[in-house]
Ligand binder design. Structure first.
Ligand SMILES: Cc1cc2nc3c(=O)[nH]c(=O)nc-3n(C[C@H](O)[C@H](O)[C@H](O)COP(=O)(O)OP(=O)(O)OC[C@H]3O[C@@H](n4cnc5c(N)ncnc54)[C@H](O)[C@@H]3O)c2cc1C
Length: 620
């Protein structure tokens, strides 16, 4: 629901109400009810039929930013740097909170306060951060190299907890929790050094998969074969870019289909699809079995998928706040709008409570207007010579207009053609192709983690279940925030679901998954979550009725930016201009940012694209 029940005394702005505090809401979050209906009616062509006459706010800005995610916030930051401290900037976002995918979830039970990440998890990227993105992180005061000070990396292992795989009876014939032998096989890879013979033996003994699958797995791991004899490394990589890992396993390596079932959901966290739609080249990049005998040259070359190129510098650049990269969004907001968040270090942002009443304050040159969907963005006159852009937005059942010298569209690219009709058709087509990846990021507050301890696991890969990954919260204590250290402590359990439909091309899987997420009620999701936790942790005595204290489902039907996939996007292998390059072209006074503009689902790209978009505007 839109938060109009929070109406303030003036009857207009729910955000001004003292009780307005979205991070503490539970239930269906992410793209919550009330956030998307306007955009959908624009898509369906019904919005303007029912909209009243737009009311002129009389406001004029130097810049209006559509989209209050990290890209939009970063765009405001860069624009102010270029235009000066007095630059007047308005940021519009359709959600009831700022940050876009960088979403903070708060929980309280008894005296315990717990944070969860409702979207963007951490500072990390397969390729090193650009100088621009690194400079932003530093400017926000985040010292990435200090992460080990805050992260209790041995907590779970020291109590005998380790990554496991849950085999479910619908997929594998029996419900069974089995120790995971593979360092990349689900959750954190604490056992990299110990991916040992002993673990593997236990796995072979316990896993409910066919004996043939077990011996095939042994063969894959211990008898490397060259399945493409006579081909050069480049020729082999080119083949691997065009075959899915699932097909590679069955048709090239000749393994039993149970291994496909086992590995099917492994890439869900990265791509939102399974190994039926992920290239074998990427599987090689993640160190999955079956490639050792090919002796591939790890040097990046033409036609390489980005995740297929391991990069040590990138791997080391990692930082996780307890609320994920919501801390980045909050650090940006603290810089942009005075009075919203107190403090002056990256650590003290963690416990700072946002004052939403200050976000859209007439006294501040930079304002953030939530619950506001941009519905039309149009130059006043010809784009080439216009001095202004008119922006219309829907809020609380009315339509308003405002004007700005410049606009950055930092929203999802699929939305842009519906709000910016004057763009060239070719650009609109490219924008529309930026398919988003549908995901659920679920946070379950449990009263304690004794059942996890008893079951001996902190991280479960569950290839056949509703959520394919389940993790006890990453133990990080920072800025006065204390993570759960004892099994008796309440903790957040994070669960991840990629909504997809194996067998279809990736984009079609995303469309089907999005429909699934929209049409599934919260009650059904909750039932699935309770059932899944009870089954996986049956050995630990988990009782959902007793142990669950809170539940937030962050539903992201428009989740990750779509990353080009060598199985389905031939242009990616052929070279030339990519759709995102066409989509992000600046048009008159309207520039286009968002992680979609780089077809790359990472925070650094959201920042890079904001920097480029603002650069286009201030240079012109
Ligand atoms: C579940 C999830 C986990 C992720 N994890 C990571 C991670 O661990 N590390 C990482 O680097 N990246 C991660 N990402 C990628 C993430 O997308 C980027 O990190 C970054 O946060 C994207 O920022 P953005 O501003 O480009 O887009 P968004 O955060 O999507 O912000 C765009 C905003 O524009 C709004 N909008 C759309 N249309 C309109 C309109 N018409 N009017 C007003 N507002 C509009 C949207 O609702 C949204 O709030 C994750 C993404 C998701 C979905």
């Amino acid at each position: 629901m839109m938060p109009w029940h929070w109406l303030a005394a003036d009857g207009k702005d729910p955000e001004k109400s003292a009780s307005y505090y979205p991070p503490a809401l539970m239930g269906m979050r992410g793209s919550h009810p009330g956030s998307f209906e306007t955009a959908h009616s624009l898509r369906d062509g019904t919005f303007w039929e029912n909209a009243g006459k737009p009311q002129d706010t009389g406001e004029a800005y130097d810049l209006v930013v559509v989209g209050g995610g990290i890209s939009g916030l970063a765009a405001a930051h860069y624009y102010r740097k270029a235009a000066g401290a007095n630059a007047r900037i308005l940021i519009l976002d359709n959600h009831d909170d700022f940050g876009g995918h960088a979403k903070r979830n708060e929980f309280r039970t008894g005296h315990a306060f717990r944070l969860g990440f409702g979207g963007t998890f951490s500072i990390e990227s397969p390729a090193p951060y650009s100088a621009v993105a690194k400079a932003m992180i530093e400017e926000l005061g985040i010292d990435v190299s200090s992460y080990s000070k805050y992260f209790d990396k041995d907590l779970y292992q020291s109590r005998g907890l380790r990554p496991t795989i849950f085999f479910n009876k619908e997929t594998f014939g029996a419900d069974k929790l089995v120790a995971n032998f593979h360092p990349r096989g689900g959750g954190e890879s604490e056992d990299a050094g110990e991916a040992s013979a002993e673990l593997f033996k236990r796995f072979l003994r316990d896993a409910p998969i066919a004996d043939q699958a077990k011996s095939d797995l042994q063969r894959l791991l211990s008898e490397p074969r060259d399945y493409y004899p006579g081909l050069s490394s480049d020729e082999k990589k080119a083949k691997l870019a065009r075959i899915s890992y699932a097909k590679y396993l069955t048709d090239v390596a000749g393994v039993h289909p149970d291994l496909v079932k086992l590995y099917q959901a492994l890439p869900h966290g990265l791509f939102g699809v399974g190994i039926d739609a992920v290239a074998a080249q990427d599987a090689w990049g993640f160190d999955l079995p079956g490639f050792e005998g090919l002796h591939l040259d790890p040097t990046p070359g033409k036609g390489m998928n980005r995740d297929a190129i391991p990069n040590e510098e990138a791997e080391k650049y990692f930082f996780h706040f307890p609320d994920g990269n919501a801390s980045i969004a909050r650090l940006l907001v603290r810089k942009l709008v005075p009075g919203v968040l107190s403090g002056d270090t990256a650590a003290d942002i963690v416990l700072a409570k946002a004052n939403y009443a200050k976000l859209d304050d007439t006294a501040s040159p930079i304002r953030i207007r939530l619950n506001s969907t941009a519905v039309r963005v149009k130059h006043v006159g010809e784009a080439a010579s216009a001095k202004e852009v008119e922006i219309s937005y829907a809020r609380g059942g009315s339509v308003y207009t405002t004007r700005a010298k410049n606009v950055v569209l930092a929203c999802w690219h699929v939305v842009v053609p519906y709000i910016c009709d004057e763009l060239p058709d070719k650009q609109k087509e490219a924008l529309a192709s930026a398919q988003k990846v549908p995901l659920l990021y679920t946070n379950v507050l449990v009263r304690n983690w004794k059942a996890f301890e008893k079951a001996g696991t902190n991280s479960i890969y569950a290839p056949g279940m509703y959520h394919s990954y389940v993790n006890l919260d990453q133990p990080v204590s920072i800025g006065g925030y204390e993570c759960a250290r004892k099994p008796e402590d309440p903790i957040v359990v994070h669960m991840m679901k990629a909504a997809c439909q194996p067998g279809l091309p990736a984009r079609q899987q995303h469309v089907a998954g999005r429909m699934e997420l929209y049409t599934t009620t919260f009650e059904t999701m909750e039932r699935n979550i309770r059932d899944q936790l009870a089954r996986m942790l049956a050995g630990g005595g988990f009782d959902p009725a007793r142990d669950i204290a809170g539940l937030t489902v962050n539903r992201w039907p428009h989740g990750y930016a779509y990353e080009y996939n060598s199985l389905f996007d031939s242009f990616w292998l052929e070279g030339g201009e990519t759709p995102c390059e066409v989509a992000r072209k600046t048009f008159g006074r309207i520039a286009i940012a968002n992680a979609d503009a780089g077809a790359y689902a990472y925070t650094d790209e959201a920042i890079n694209q904001a920097y480029r978009a603002v650069g286009d505007l201030v240079r012109s």
